[in-house]
Design a protein around this ligand. Structure first.
Ligand SMILES: O=C[C@H](O)[C@H](O)[C@H](O)COP(=O)(O)O
Length: 229
């Protein structure tokens, strides 16, 4: 089974968490894209009724509309029942790194508030400690990017301004900000680091999601493994 098949496997499994009358946080990225597609199919077949999606990005919103999922914004709902999203790394305590798609801020806003946050990954994303394979994306106010890049050296992190692909210059997030990708030696205390990074003036949000995930569905060659906090 290749990685795409593993993504589809966990995306199908995540449907088990969805029931009629739910408000669902719709994550961003290639794994969640499968989930959104399958969710739309269930609605089309009449297997689910009165479900609404709260998208975490333009990508999620466009996909939801394409697949017939009614979309609402966060300020139109009283609560989010379940949020479903991918991740870039997952440690043994189910702390995450997210933000490869630059949607981390809205993702965190929505997923923090979800009754149940379900994370979808393939087994290659399980790591012994955060920072092992991936950088921590940090959304920053554009005017502060260089100062913050230098300040990150205090944390022994080497940061790069994320540049666009098929766009000249830096990536600009949906909130009009830049992304610094910060490479750490290793992150021993994710919650502490998440809080610390957000105290730097000019940082809007960072991609460490400590103590937020409730369930992680891991796609493996032997099927879906379910991890719970
Ligand atoms: O901003 C993007 C997100 O945090 C994604 O959910 C994350 O990068 C995982 O994406 P994918 O499922 O494509 O690996």
């Amino acid at each position: 089974m290749d990685v795409e098949e593993l993504k589809k496997l966990v995306a199908r499994e995540a449907l088990k968490f969805i029931e009629d009358d739910m408000v669902i946080g719709l994550g961003t990225g290639s794994t969640t894209a499968y989930f959104i597609r399958y969710l739309g199919q269930m609605i089309e077949r009449g297997q689910l009724e009165d479900v609404y999606g709260v998208p975490t990005s333009h990508q999620a919103r466009l996909l939801a509309l394409e697949h017939g999922i009614p979309v609402v914004s966060l300020d139109e709902v009283d609560a989010i029942d379940v949020a479903v999203d991918g991740a870039d790394e997952v440690d043994p305590s189910l702390n995450l790194i997210k933000g490869r798609g630059a949607a981390l801020t809205m993702e965190k806003i929505i997923e923090y508030r979800a009754g149940t946050f379900v994370v979808l990954v393939d087994e290659g994303k399980l790591v012994e400690y955060l920072g092992k394979k991936m950088p921590v994306p940090i959304e920053v106010i554009p005017a502060a990017w260089k100062a913050i890049k230098e300040e990150l050296e205090i944390f022994n992190a080497r940061a790069e301004l994320r540049m666009g692909i098929r766009k000249d210059g830096p990536v600009v997030t949906e909130n009009g900000n830049f992304i610094l990708d910060a490479w750490f030696e290793r992150i021993d205390d994710p919650l502490d680091m998440e809080i610390e990074l957000n105290t730097i003036p000019g940082v809007v949000e960072n991609g460490i999601f400590a103590d937020i995930a409730d369930i992680v569905l891991v796609g493996t060659r032997d099927g879906v493994k379910r991890l719970e906090r």
